[in-house]
Design a binder for this molecule. Structure first.
Ligand SMILES: [Zn+2]
Length: 170
């Protein structure tokens, strides 16, 4: 297993839709292991393949951050089955380090996809888990949480990132 560098806001792969995974090859299995290792090391509660430079529709989530052995979810080619309710919570992203903002999202989701053995499975999430699933699904469509923000807050974050980029600190 290997900890991979995490791309940051502005890297083109993060702003483009990812491609479906064609099959669970040994390379995909290695990538899953690397993503899990990278997520826990960060530390973070979710990581999508585009964040480590692989434009593929897969992500890992563990809102227990490794404390619950059953907390780890691996999702390959996921899709939404259900989305309902509303929550307003602070959110951040390993690809946008140092920035947090309140994002409005549905409070309940059901997603369906393949696990690492290629078997179809379905996961229900409420609260933080629902938020994590939607945040990672966004990554697969080339969207970051910053793009959910409106007006001043969004412009302030983007302006600060541009400034850090110019200074070579991003
Ligand atoms: Zn993220």
């Amino acid at each position: 297993m290997m900890i991979r560098p995490i791309l940051k806001y502005g890297a083109s792969l993060l702003h483009a839709p990812a491609q479906p995974v064609a099959g669970i090859t040994s390379a995909i299995e290695r990538l899953i292991d690397d993503m899990i290792e990278t997520m826990y090391a960060a530390p973070g509660v979710g990581l999508a393949a585009p964040q480590v430079g692989e434009p593929l529709r897969m992500f890992v989530v563990d809102v227990s951050a490794g404390r619950d052995p059953k907390g780890l979810v691996v999702m390959i080619n996921p899709e939404f089955v259900e989305r309902s309710g509303m929550q307003l919570e602070e959110e951040g992203c390993l690809s946008v380090p140092g920035f947090n903002a309140t994002v409005v999202r549905p409070s309940h989701v059901v997603i369906r996809g393949l696990d690492r053995d290629g078997a179809e499975h379905q996961h229900e999430g409420n609260g933080l888990l629902a938020r994590a699933f939607q945040h990672e699904m966004d990554h697969l469509d080339g969207m970051l949480f910053v793009e959910h923000l409106r007006g001043v807050k969004r412009e302030m974050i983007i302006r600060k990132i541009k400034k850090l980029t110019r200074a070579g600190k991003w």
